[in-house]
Design a protein. Structure first.
Length: 50
């Protein structure tokens, strides 16, 4: 990814809800979360993994 100018930084969270809060508040650009977890704000889900 670095050859395309992308970097990855892992950020710890307390779980799915906390991860979504970090995305909403600009502390993270993306997150893996459990299905059904939501927070107030404009967050778009791209898909599901099985």
């Amino acid at each position: 990814m670095s050859s395309q100018g992308l970097t990855l930084e892992l950020v710890e969270s307390q779980g799915s809800y906390d991860s979504l809060l970090k995305v909403r508040d600009g502390q993270a650009d993306a997150a893996f979360v459990q299905s059904g977890v939501t927070v107030e704000g404009e967050i778009f889900f791209l898909g599901s993994l099985y």
